[in-house]
Design a protein around this ligand. Structure first.
Ligand SMILES: CC(C)(COP(=O)(O)OP(=O)(O)OC[C@H]1O[C@@H](n2cnc3c(N)ncnc32)[C@H](O)[C@@H]1OP(=O)(O)O)[C@@H](O)C(=O)NCCC(=O)NCCS
Length: 382
């Protein structure tokens, strides 16, 4: 007998599917209609018209900025691009072969030491932390990549947007307008997604009134799993393994026969096309055409067709982002950190929302252990 009545964790709620575990104004997903909404705006409108910085303001403030507000936010972000020298020195000590998402997680945890306001979770101070984190994620990911390649990190250029800054810091040269715009929209598309696993993690940690660095560090850990943000890297690994358009059909059929999951397909909420995939499919085509190599796009389309025919499954956000980033020359193991470079905007928005109306998140579990009471046996009698 348990001491308090609690609703049963029925099998349909395994993994909390369909359970509303919080109220939030930040984003909404309509799985039946294939709609993603940020603070009342359809993702298609934002992808077409907004910059990532406008989206960041929207997520944090429940409304779009006017010109002066946007300029002020852009200025604050740019002023925060540079990371502490101590952090660069620390990253230099990490093993070269460390996974970049783990490097990011450890770096963000350490970044807290260099913020004297970290423990202040008032909205005013938390917004400052959110700006710092959103501005410094790209710098850290790019610096860590250069360090592992034996190169010195590049000084951020405060004239650049977050998207351009990241590509510049990674490659050492300013991106083309097309690459900058495509990457900017990629950031918008990945910015928030209701109570996905990493965002829920961030809220659970913030719910204990731990600070934003703790919440975000935990969220990066959740994002790193192959069923969440780790899927995009695995999509590209699969495409490389398949190797040719001709090999798609036999490869996918065999994978499904062996009950292996094809990464980048299926979704816990969308039962139709993931609206983010609509844009990423087009980007995969565009960057392939611009580079004169549409092989990965064509293979992706073929995988998509076979998955639809065999399983009725749609591609999710990770599927076409893989070939898009690949054709932009981004190393495979940076795809998940790039997801974080965008999602930090959503994580911080959710942490701000959690702090503003906090209650410790503490669900119950259905007990399935040995019958109670068990008789205590001394060691020698067991
Ligand atoms: C995203 C995901 C975890 C959602 O999981 P879920 O809602 O719990 O759905 P399930 O894993 O229970 O899958 C339901 C059915 O579809 C199948 N399925 C789901 N995704 C599949 C995939 N990517 N490849 C092959 N089959 C898949 C399952 O095998 C299961 O089939 P069954 O009923 O015959 O056993 C799941 O689709 C997945 O693992 N996808 C691959 C990883 C990925 O791309 N993650 C990024 C998400 S944005």
């Amino acid at each position: 007998m348990t001491n308090t009545a609690k609703p049963s964790a029925s099998s349909s709620a395994a993994g909390l599917r369909g359970v509303a575990a919080a109220t939030s104004s930040i984003s909404d997903v309509n799985g039946e209609k294939g709609e993603l909404i940020y603070q009342g705006y359809n993702i298609h409108d934002l992808a077409e018209h907004a910059t990532f910085e406008e989206v960041v303001f929207l997520l944090w403030n429940k409304r779009l900025p006017n010109r002066a507000e946007l300029a002020e936010l852009e200025q604050s972000l740019k002023a925060s691009y540079a990371i502490p020298a101590e952090l660069v020195a620390l990253i230099k000590q990490f093993p070269r072969e460390a996974d970049p998402i783990d490097v990011l997680r450890t770096a963000i945890s350490a970044l807290e030491f260099y913020d004297s306001n970290s423990r202040d979770i008032s909205r005013e101070k938390s917004l400052k932390t959110a700006i710092r984190l959103t501005a410094q994620f790209p710098t850290i990911v790019a610096a860590a990549d250069r360090i592992r390649r034996g190169l010195e990190p590049i000084e951020p250029d405060p004239a650049l947007s977050i998207a351009s800054s990241f590509l510049y810091l990674l490659r050492g040269e300013k991106p083309s307008e097309r690459d900058a715009r495509i990457f900017d929209v990629c950031l918008t598309l990945h910015a928030d997604h209701e109570l996905n696993a990493s965002t829920f993690t961030a809220r659970v940690v913030a719910g204990t009134l731990a600070d934003m660095y703790a919440a975000v560090t935990a969220a990066i850990g959740a994002l790193s799993g192959p069923l969440h943000g780790g899927a995009n890297t695995n999509v590209m690994k699969t495409l490389l393994e398949i190797g040719s358009v001709e090999n798609v059909e036999p490869y996918v059929k065999q994978a499904l026969q062996e009950k292996r999951k094809m990464m980048g397909f299926g979704h816990a909420v969308y039962k139709t096309e993931d609206p983010r995939a609509t844009h990423l499919r087009q980007f995969s085509k565009e960057v392939g055409e611009a580079a004169g190599d549409t092989k990965w796009y064509e293979m992706s389309r073929k995988v998509e067709a076979v998955m639809m025919r065999e399983k009725g499954l749609f591609p999710n956000v990770d599927f076409f982002s893989a070939s898009t980033y690949y054709m932009m020359g981004i190393p495979l193991d940076l795809y998940t950190p790039i997801f974080a470079v965008s999602r930090i905007s959503g994580w911080t928005a959710h942490v701000l929302e959690q702090y503003a109306n906090n209650r410790l998140i503490r669900p119950r579990a259905d007990y399935t252990g040995p019958a109670y009471p068990q008789a205590w046996l001394p060691l020698e009698q067991r």
